[in-house]
Design a protein around this ligand. Structure first.
Ligand code: FES
Length: 108
């Protein structure tokens, strides 16, 4: 498995305290802006797969809109259910665009 970068949105479209989502090979990913930094997570909530980008963002945390599972956006740690952490993804800003790094199958 290798990794590829995918453009999610323009940096100026991602306001602080907000998120954007992208679906790649059927899997949702999200980027979040917190205090000027951008973080990436697998967007499917570990409970029943609701998109965390649609959750409520408060400080460094996002709360899933479905049943209120809470995650630390910086680490993906789930504060509601031990071991149900959301995998983190690298992000980068290039030419004013936000990119997320996604695992990519070698044979695709
Ligand atoms: S789907 Fe996220 S808390 Fe249930």
């Amino acid at each position: 498995m290798s990794a590829r970068w995918f453009r999610v949105c323009r940096r100026d479209e991602l306001k602080d305290g907000s998120a954007r989502s992208i679906t790649i090979l059927g899997k949702p990913y999200a980027v979040f802006s917190i205090s000027g930094d951008v973080f990436g997570l697998d967007a499917a909530c570990r409970h029943m797969r609701a998109n965390l980008a649609a959750g409520k963002i408060q400080g460094n945390f996002v709360t899933c809109f479905m049943h209120d599972w809470k995650y630390d956006i910086r680490s993906g740690k789930c504060l509601t259910m031990e071991g149900a952490d959301a995998p983190t993804r690298e992000t980068k800003i290039e030419n004013g665009d936000v990119y997320i790094s996604v695992e990519w199958p070698e044979d695709f």
